[in-house]
Write a new protein. Structure first.
Length: 96
């Protein structure tokens, strides 16, 4: 699955981006969506959510954003996966 992030309306002052994930040909009926949210006050701390369905039962999936693997998970017996995590993004040029 793959899809571009686009700005989404947010009720508070946070920044939110969502992506509708479309099949890439490996599993033609797979569906999914991804969401990234962060605060203007702390943009390095981001909440990431993935929801995927109609994949092969027990399939191992790696979730990648901009070429970086951020999580791995296994589908349940019905071919569904939900992942929620908080990620700290290192600023460009930072050595920490």
């Amino acid at each position: 699955l793959s899809g571009p992030f686009e700005a989404a309306d947010e009720d508070d002052d946070d920044i939110e981006r969502k992506a509708v994930l479309a099949p890439t040909g490996v599993d033609p009926d797979a569906t999914g969506e991804a969401e990234v949210e962060f605060s203007n006050d702390a943009p390095a701390e981001q909440e990431i959510e993935f929801s995927v369905g109609n994949v092969s039962p027990n399939a191992a999936l790696t979730f990648v954003i901009d070429g970086t693997a951020v999580a791995t998970a296994a589908a349940d017996a019905r071919g569904r996966v939900e992942v929620e995590l908080e990620v700290r993004i290192q600023a460009a040029g930072s050595s920490r």
